[in-house]
Write a protein that binds this ligand. Structure first.
Ligand code: FES
Length: 113
């Protein structure tokens, strides 16, 4: 018998490394969208997975890219992905996470090539 099928999905907690800021992310909610809902000034530009300015490093926890057209390999190197870097506007946390990101850099173009 698989009890996990009936487990109620709960929001996960996102902790920002450095500031210690925390916010909730609903099941299936994109990381950056949850940050915006909590008034966290997450770095961003396009919001659709094409610029890379929302990139962040997951220090602890897990997640995935849902049925998104975003191809993270177009924005991140294999080494960056191996180090836990994600495209936050297209990535969904599945567990509580700790994330390393520079808050307050709206319009940051770090990912622009
Ligand atoms: S904001 Fe442009 S890739 Fe996320």
């Amino acid at each position: 018998m698989v009890f996990g099928l009936f487990k109620k999905k709960e929001p996960v907690t996102v902790t920002v490394k450095g500031t210690g800021e925390t916010f909730k992310c609903e099941p299936g909610q994109l990381l950056m969208k949850a940050a915006f809902a909590a008034d966290v000034k997450w770095p961003h530009s396009c919001k659709v997975g094409s610029c890379g300015s929302c990139r962040a490093t997951i220090v602890e926890g897990e997640g995935a890219y849902p049925s998104s057209p975003c191809d993270p390999t177009a924005l991140l190197t294999k080494e960056e992905m191996d180090d836990g870097m994600v495209i936050a506007c297209q990535w969904v946390p599945k567990t509580d996470i700790t994330v390393d990101v520079e808050i307050g850099k709206e319009g940051d173009k770090r990912g622009m090539i």
